[in-house]
Design a protein around this ligand. Sequence first.
Ligand SMILES: NC(=O)C1=CN([C@@H]2O[C@H](COP(=O)(O)OP(=O)(O)OC[C@H]3O[C@@H](n4cnc5c(N)ncnc54)[C@H](OP(=O)(O)O)[C@@H]3O)[C@@H](O)[C@H]2O)C=CC1
Ligand SMILES: CC(=O)N[C@@H](CCC(=O)OP(=O)(O)O)C(=O)O
Length: 347
Amino acid sequence: MTKQIYKVAIIGASGFTGSELARLLSQHPNVEISHITSESHAGKAFSALHPQFSGIIDQKLDRASIIDEAELDVLFLALPHGVSMDFVKKWHHKGCKIIDLSGDFRLSSPEVYQNWYNKEHVFTEGFENATYGQPELFAEQIKKSNLVANPGCYPTASILSLAPLFAENMIQNHSVVIDAKSGLTGAGVKASETTHFSNVNENFKAYGVGTHRHTIEIEEQFSCLSDGEVQVQFTPHLLPVDRGILATSYAKTKKLTTQEELTKLYEGFYQDKPFVRIKTSPPSIKDVRGSHYCDIFPFWDKRTERVIAIAAIDNLLKGAASQAVHNMNLMLGLEETTGLNQIPLRP
Ligand SMILES: NC(=O)C1=CN([C@@H]2O[C@H](COP(=O)(O)OP(=O)(O)OC[C@H]3O[C@@H](n4cnc5c(N)ncnc54)[C@H](OP(=O)(O)O)[C@@H]3O)[C@@H](O)[C@H]2O)C=CC1
Ligand SMILES: CC(=O)N[C@@H](CCC(=O)OP(=O)(O)O)C(=O)O
């Protein structure tokens, strides 16, 4: 039987997640990369911009406007928030499957989006067809979807850290606290004062306290899993490292009395999920760096009757590019692990 090859395009390949997508997709056995785009570097070789691809991906960067989407099977949008929606509006009816890495389609409706961001959503007709692309939770819906909203990096680690407890309605008062730390690549390729070397090096700080945009994304997903509306106290921090997210989640629980019960619950929930590994000690970001794994350590603190669940992912991979490839595999009916066999890079 001949192997099926799918044509894909990566829109926004000069950025961090776009270049990670190119790395993964260039090694995917069922994919041919038809186009990689950049508006500001159009005409240059991809490898001139990202020298690690020299002799591997020397393909030219195109402008997005030259793409004939009718010839494509899958479009990956690795674009900033607020930009993706214009592309989806233009391309959604052309038959190819779209995987959007931005936050434009992750919330439940254009109204929720507009209220939260105080900004109009340009794609309202058909917004409801977007599927939240967390493969461990919504694989069956993703398989049938033509528009997947790839989850955010903080939301992926946060949601996976507590999903088993919400799914079993074991959280008291529908209320949790999540304290998360991200490497600098989470802020995108453009340098800013916040990401300036001297502001980050040997430094560590919280930001977006009480206001970060991921709060509502996490709350909505937990509310979907749970029997009531969930409230999340979410505080992100900037780590002086290239990549990695460590999320530490705290929850008062019901019906739980031992560590054994908690471990069994997590192992059962993630039993057939090949990329979630349940650990017996706290994971570190280097345990998952460069891979599609999410490592989780669920800990039962008997004294305070709280669960502390610690999750580690690579923000550019499980938090973005490899999650998008996982979603593509599901949407195309391929084995979900295809092209995602990267072993974590450590030390
Ligand atoms: N970095 C991370 O860890 C994660 C990022 N995400 C999300 O993924 C998306 C991409 O992130 P990331 O790769 O970090 O972002 P970058 O800032 O690194 O890259 C963004 C890309 O978008 C392109 N771009 C910017 N403006 C426009 C425009 N108006 N029209 C067309 N192209 C444009 C840029 O290309 P050029 O200027 O060359 O045209 C660039 O290639 C974002 O929505 C982000 O929130 C999600 C999870 C994790
Ligand atoms: C370190 C850093 O700045 N992180 C970004 C989140 C990463 C990202 O862009 O993710 P989403 O697409 O999920 O929003 C932030 O806090 O806004």
